[in-house]
Ligand binder design. Structure first.
Ligand SMILES: *[C@@H]1O[C@H](CO)[C@@H](O)[C@H](O)[C@H]1NC(C)=O
Ligand SMILES: *[C@@H]1O[C@H](CO)[C@@H](O)[C@H](O)[C@H]1NC(C)=O
Ligand SMILES: *[C@@H]1O[C@H](CO)[C@@H](O)[C@H](O)[C@H]1NC(C)=O
Ligand SMILES: *[C@@H]1O[C@H](CO)[C@@H](O)[C@H](O)[C@H]1NC(C)=O
Ligand SMILES: *[C@@H]1O[C@H](CO)[C@@H](O)[C@H](O)[C@H]1NC(C)=O
Length: 399
């Protein structure tokens, strides 16, 4: 474990207040998002990542884990407009974001009955969760949220103490990835609606098991832990998208820090707060001196440049803003929030691309599959969300 004194030495420079990047509130954001919405094929597909040269979106069929991020981005612009109004400079007057978000969510509805996305039903539920914040009695959204939650709950194995992330050829090989922490939110939303305690208990048990098996003593994380579904024992710990089995894949670390901060916000269980702090500390203490999030913290520096992952940066930034708002220690809270702003500044400087369809470049979708230097739909979504969260926290103005 890193000592508190060491941590303060590493993290204190991050306490210095910084200004928030203006691009977070640029009129280019609504302009690009609207152009993307208009570009989608009539038989609905959703953008996931761009090519690497001109930054044009590549669209995928709805039964894809990332499909809901674009509809959720439309809801996010509606949220932004509710907060800020529509002005000539913010560009939000260009569309009715709620109407667009509702209409593009429809392509996800068939997934309630059948999909191949395993634990990622949590991500698929996002636009319906947003809809319920606007209209709590929308039956389509209520049905979707409860269906996706039941789908995730059906993947829970009490012997293992987790929901199964990915399906495997051998069903006794029970695979859980750190990313799964993000999907637990759907259980909380459905628990809030139905008071079905089984859903809440599954989220808690999954988190407790993950806390025990997915996190190393230094606060870093394994990407994949495989359990035996009949005995519950850990078979192996490995990577899928990282550099090596013992390395730390930065996006997984970001999902984990966000997921545990979220668990703390729901439960006030300090074990989750401690865990979120440990993951955040590892993330920040292992950034290179340029402050750019590498796709894997242990990927070699040579040959340079080691590709960044802008999505890991924006997910971590949004997770750090959540951690900063639930943190019980006031000084630590400042550290998390300023670190979030720092990540956003660095990634904006590196990756903001006015000429691309995506907001940001320099995403690493999957380095082992040779898919990097792209825009990524969830990287952009968390960039917009971070901007809105900063306004809600009183740390930035609308324009
Ligand atoms: C209810 O939500 C669904 C999906 O989010 C949306 O398509 C539909 O337009 C909404 N209905 C109303 C009446 O707002
Ligand atoms: C609560 O949720 C679990 C998991 O989806 C389900 O099996 C159970 O039937 C639900 N209980 C009630 C009373 O609906
Ligand atoms: C899990 O354990 C059972 C019983 O010992 C065994 O038959 C099975 O092969 C194991 N599965 C894996 C993936 O190790
Ligand atoms: C990974 O770390 C474990 C200890 O956590 C060790 O037993 C194993 O040898 C390491 N593997 C590699 C490839 O370094
Ligand atoms: C960022 O992307 C540009 C091309 O879009 C590339 O030239 C540069 O090497 C990337 N930097 C990092 C750190 O990934």
């Amino acid at each position: 474990m890193l000592s508190p004194v060491y941590l303060l030495a590493v993290l204190t420079p991050l306490i210095a207040a910084q200004s928030v990047p203006a691009q977070l509130y640029s009129g280019l954001i609504p302009q690009k998002v609207l152009a993307t919405a208009k570009s989608l094929p009539a038989s609905i597909q959703y953008p996931q990542y761009t090519d690497t040269s001109v930054g044009h979106w590549i669209d995928f069929v709805p039964d894809t884990w990332t499909s809901a991020f674009f509809p959720t981005t439309l809801y996010a612009l509606n949220t932004r407009q509710t907060l800020c109004g529509a002005t000539p400079s913010n560009g939000l007057a260009a569309a009715n974001w709620l109407t667009l978000g509702r209409s593009l969510s429809n392509g996800l509805i068939p997934l309630e009955a059948h999909n191949n996305q395993g634990h990622d039903v949590g991500f698929l539920s996002f636009p319906f969760v947003q809809e319920l914040l606007i209209n709590p009695t929308n039956k389509t959204a209520l049905t979707a949220v409860n269906a996706f939650a039941a789908d995730l709950a059906a993947r829970f194995n009490p012997t293992v103490g987790c929901t199964r992330s990915w399906d495997t050829a051998d069903p006794t090989d029970f695979t859980v990835i750190i990313d799964n922490m993000m999907n637990l939110e759907i259980l909380w939303v459905a628990y809030g609606l139905t008071k079905n305690e089984t859903l809440r208990d599954i989220a808690i048990t999954h988190s407790d098991t993950t806390m025990k098996n997915h996190i190393r003593p230094d606060g870093s994380t394994w990407h994949v832990v495989e359990y035996n579904s009949t005995t519950g024992v850990v078979i192996r710990k490995r990577t899928s998208q990282g550099f090596s089995d013992n390395s730390t894949w930065s996006r997984g670390q970001a999902w984990g820090l966000y997921g545990f901060a979220n668990m703390y916000s729901h439960t006030q269980d300090t074990n989750y707060l401690t865990t979120a702090r440990r993951l955040a500390t590892y993330f920040l203490a292992n950034l290179p001196s340029d402050g750019i999030v590498p796709w894997d913290f242990n990927a070699p520096l040579v040959p340079a440049p080691r590709p960044a992952d802008s999505s890991a940066a924006t997910i971590a930034a949004t997770g750090l803003l959540l951690l900063g708002s639930v943190e019980t220690d006031a000084t630590q809270s400042k550290v998390w929030i300023n670190a979030a702003i720092n990540l956003l500044n660095k990634i904006t400087t590196l990756a903001w691309r006015p000429a691309w369809q995506s907001l940001l470049s320099n995403g690493t979708v999957n380095w082992p599959a040779n898919n990097f230097l792209t825009g990524i739909v969830y990287g952009d979504y968390y960039y917009i969300k971070a901007g809105t969260d900063l306004i809600n926290m009183g740390l930035a103005k609308c324009s």
